[in-house]
Design a protein around this ligand. Structure first.
Ligand code: FAD
Length: 275
């Protein structure tokens, strides 16, 4: 069997974005992904767009995972939305807490992703394969690495089937996370989330917000290239490909690409990896 890969998209906001994403999907399908996933705006803000792209992927004959975040939601709405996904033929979910934009009260009936996983298993049994999020470099709001690991283990105990990590640029963090799980007898597959490097400013801003560390030497090299996008991309391709090779050598059982709705950088990495 070929090495499993998967691709993540976000729901486009315009008809032009939707058409562009359709072309991107077709280019990426040639790499035979195990599934493609679609992100979900916290508070249900992208529900229609997310479900629309998920349906398009299924109609194109590819397995689709809908991300699903529960923060701020009621059990009643979550139940109805999950039923809608089930009726569409969705068999795979990425179950998340999510983050409410500032200004929204918390007020919902779910506090953590583990509550959502429990709810899905209680209400829908084994109808869905449930992926959850993992943070090898720790979730930014976690009290401590141990507390974050315990939060992850709670999602496993609640019934998660597998996990996808936040992206990182340090393979050791991922391997250490795997070891921590093994020491606790957890053998759930954890798939590294891979962020291709296509630019510098946005990546740095985004990484600071989500707690992904850009090692100093990578940050300095990226800053040194200034506006030279070609050099940033060539350097990014080298760095990310080498990390993927390292992860495979050290036992990663798949790769999940954050495509950012672009195909070129992800395809270039797959080419180099022979995937
Ligand atoms: P949780 O697992 O609930 O953890 C959230 C925080 O609470 C952590 O700090 C954890 O340590 C802590 N915690 C958990 N349980 C407890 C407890 N019982 N007591 C005390 N503390 C606890 N965001 C989106 O809006 N849409 C998406 O589609 C999306 N997709 C993602 C996909 C992946 C693979 C990843 C890694 C992240 C994604 N995110 C997405 C971001 C995610 O929503 C945020 O990181 C969010 O802040 C946490 O969601 P979670 O499901 O990891 O939360």
């Amino acid at each position: 069997m070929s090495f499993p890969i998967s691709f993540e998209f976000f729901p486009p906001k315009t008809p032009e974005g939707a058409e562009k994403l359709r072309v991107v999907r077709q280019a990426l399908y040639a790499r035979k992904p195990q599934f493609c996933s679609v992100t979900y705006g916290a508070g249900g803000s992208t529900q229609e767009g997310t479900f629309g792209v998920v349906k398009a992927i299924l109609d194109e004959g590819v397995d689709a995972a809908s991300h699903f975040s529960c923060v701020g939601a009621t059990k009643q709405t979550v139940r109805a939305q999950l039923q809608q996904l089930k009726d569409m033929g969705v068999k795979r979910l990425v179950a998340l807490r999510g983050d409410l934009p500032s200004g929204y009260g918390l007020g919902g009936e779910f506090h953590y992703a583990s509550d959502l996983v429990t709810f899905i298993r209680d209400e829908f049994g084994q109808d869905f394969h449930i992926e959850v999020a993992a943070y090898p470099e720790m979730h930014p709001q976690a009290r401590s690495p141990e507390a974050d690991l315990q939060a992850f283990l709670a999602k496993v105990k609640a019934g998660a089937d597998s996990a996808i990590t936040q992206y990182f640029f340090n393979a050791d963090a991922f391997c250490r996370f795997q070891e921590d799980l093994q020491k606790r007898g957890v053998d759930l597959p954890v798939i590294p989330g891979i962020m291709p490097i296509t630019g510098s400013t946005q990546l740095m801003r985004f990484s600071d917000a989500c707690g992904a560390e850009i090692p100093r030497w990578i940050r300095l090299r990226l800053q040194g290239y200034g506006d030279d996008v070609a050099s940033i991309r060539a350097f990014g391709l080298d760095v990310v490909t080498q990390m993927c090779e390292d992860l495979r050598r050290r036992g990663a059982v798949g790769l999940h690409f954050y495509t950012m709705n672009q195909s070129a950088a992800t395809l270039a990495i797959c080419d180099r990896l022979g995937l």
